[in-house]
Design a protein around this ligand. Structure first.
Ligand code: 6R9
Length: 571
């Protein structure tokens, strides 16, 4: 691994000169791309769908390719526009008004996307939930948001404690609904009767659009509240970072229950008028490579956990598919290990571009651009229009190469506008004009940002600060290791010792020799103090649905403590 910089490959990208754009760009300028700049009328659903449906050159272009085990379907921009109009009419007839919270608890499907835009078209606020949530998780979110309506399927209804939710007036059932009595609405029946013409509700740029619940390190999930204005940044990052161009076929693997699945699974591609692929059902390498191949995907946005899984399967599987259409790959959600980038270079002959942002930030903030040199392990640089820095606990900026709080100058377009009903929680994110992310990082002399860890996960062993990610990254470079999760385990002598949980690649058996070899590998290849004193082999590392290693859970299991909120745990 001697290369330390990966150069940009020019012929397949729209290369934006980063330094120049950073100097000259302002968000006011970006607004000129939108119809509302001329008409004064705003709704993100109009800009993402109806605008293309009204354009004779665009309306018959496929907006959505949907594929799951038992279903395959495509919708043009015009069809998506008409279907969401129909659903907007259903919502109106059921008494939904501007500002109401309407939650969606269902698998990805064409109905999901039609409903989602229907909700936005009436000016209501959408709340997408992961389909795998169990009863308590559903209840917490519907209760806190005082949702008036839920759109779900008959299968998932058993996980909705309707009687415990006094604000919930209507439940729309998508699918064979048996018992349609008061309060329940049959999606297909109502859709069949609804007009496909609808006068969209024009809203204000600062009106509510979306709530995503996200777990903190303590307490109940927080309702992160976003407004229509976010579209400016979804659109612009779609151009700069996703490099979306006319004729692209784009696939973001994220579920809309996660912010990546809305900002970049819905808004960025459709605001840019690009064909969007949605793959339902479970992850298998064959299904994923198959989707890239079948739909000739050109731009692919996924997460390190998925890349690592594909990497562990080996290159033989890759070779069974024609992936030559893919020209740009991106990653988000957790640190992108250098090893994964080098694998990507080999497997796809492409760089994987890391991007950093959060539910609270609404859109990408620190990224690797197609035009930039990539330093594997770095998240890249702030996008134009965004000022990022490293600050101390008083909010004072730190010089290069010093680790501190990763912070962003408050005020970018897609920033959350509230934590629902918790103003003091919202305020607690800001310090001295900075939005403080809760991540620790440093910036090098050339302005590249390097992620170190969530602040609450940093390990202190014998006075040395160790970021679990760096140890995990090293561990998975060992040929036997496929996944790793690292925690600090309290130790009377050292404060904490490093304990690693690992999953082994196929063909490897656990043995004392192997574990010692892995330990030595970290010790000699990374740092002696960072070598795990304890290594435990497990089947799988617990992760959130968005692919983050749940170190908190590893730790409470290790210490025999209550597991706390596990609603975002992947099965
Ligand atoms: C979009 C999203 C946010 C947290 C964030 C950080 C971690 C995200 C990352 C990354 C290292 C990256 N994170 N991207 N860490 N490198 N490129 O993931 O939102 O689910 O709210 O998570 O995820 O710790 O603070 P969210």
């Amino acid at each position: 691994m001697s290369e330390s910089v990966l150069k940009a490959k020019s012929n397949q990208h729209n290369l934006v000169n980063y330094e120049e754009t950073y100097q000259n760009f302002n968000w006011e300028e970006a607004k000129k791309a939108f119809s509302w700049n001329d008409t004064g009328k705003v709704n993100i659903a109009y800009e993402a769908v109806d605008r293309h449906a009204e354009n004779p050159d665009k309306k018959d272009q496929v907006a959505l390719h949907y594929v799951a085990l038992d279903r395959k379907e495509s919708l043009t921009f015009e069809q998506l526009s008409l279907k969401s109009n129909q659903f907007a009419n259903v919502l109106k007839s059921q008494g939904i008004e501007k500002g109401d919270r309407v939650f969606l608890f269902m698998p990805r499907s064409p109905e999901f996307y039609a409903s989602f835009f229907g909700v936005l078209k009436v000016g209501a606020i959408a709340g997408p939930l992961f389909e795998a949530f169990m009863e308590q998780a559903v209840q917490d979110r519907l209760e806190d948001s005082e949702a008036k309506m839920l759109i779900t399927t008959p299968e998932l209804l058993s996980r909705v404690p309707v009687k415990e939710l006094p604000n919930l007036e209507k439940v729309v059932l998508v699918g064979e609904a048996k018992d349609i009595s008061n309060g329940y609405v049959d999606y297909h029946k109502e859709m069949d009767q609804a007009s496909d013409q609808f006068n969209i509700e024009w809203v204000d740029l600062e009106d509510g659009m979306l709530i995503h619940y996200t777990s903190g390190s303590t307490g109940k999930p927080k309702g992160v509240y976003h407004v229509h204005n976010a579209m400016v940044q979804h659109y612009q990052t779609g151009k700069w970072v996703l490099d979306l161009q006319e004729g692209d076929v784009y696939w973001c693997t994220a579920d809309p229950g996660w912010v990546t699945g809305t900002s970049y699974g819905i808004f960025a591609p459709w605001l840019n008028g690009v064909t969007n692929v949605v793959v339902g059902g479970r992850f298998t390498p064959e299904a994923w490579y198959g989707a890239l191949d079948d739909y000739n995907v050109s731009v692919w946005y996924s997460a390190p956990t998925a890349f690592r899984k594909l990497m562990s399967i080996g290159e033989e599987t890759v070779k069974q598919f024609d992936l030559s259409s893919v020209r740009h790959i991106l990653s988000v959600g957790e640190p992108l290990n250098p090893k994964v980038i080098y694998w990507g270079k080999k497997a796809f002959e492409l760089r994987i571009h890391d991007t950093w942002w959060m539910t609270e930030t609404g859109a990408q903030l620190i990224c690797n651009y197609p035009s930039m040199d990539i330093r594997p392990g770095s998240m890249g640089k702030p996008i134009p229009g965004v000022v990022a820095s490293i600050v101390d606990d008083q909010g004072e900026e730190l010089p290069p190469n010093q680790m501190g709080n990763l912070a962003i100058k408050a005020g970018w377009p897609s920033m959350m506008r509230a934590i629902y009903k918790r103003p003091e929680k919202y305020e607690s994110y800001f310090l001295n004009g900075w939005y403080v992310s809760g991540d620790s990082a440093y910036r090098d002399e050339d302005g590249y940002f390097w992620f170190q860890g969530r602040l609450d996960d940093v390990i202190n062993t014998s006075g040395e600060r160790v970021g679990p990610f760096e140890v995990e990254s090293k561990l998975i470079e060992h040929e036997a290791v496929s996944e790793a999760g690292v925690i600090g385990k309290p130790d009377p002598e050292r404060g904490e010792i490093i304990k690693a949980f690992i999953a082994l690649n196929e063909g490897y058996e656990e043995s004392d020799e192997l574990l010692e070899d892995i330990r030595q590998y970290v010790k000699t290849g990374f740092a002696a103090h960072a070598a795990p004193r304890e290594i435990e082999v497990t089947e799988a590392i617990p992760k959130t649905r968005s692919g983050k290693i749940m170190r908190r859970l590893l730790k409470s299991r290790e210490l025999g403590l209550p597991e706390g909120d596990t609603s975002t745990l992947e099965e």
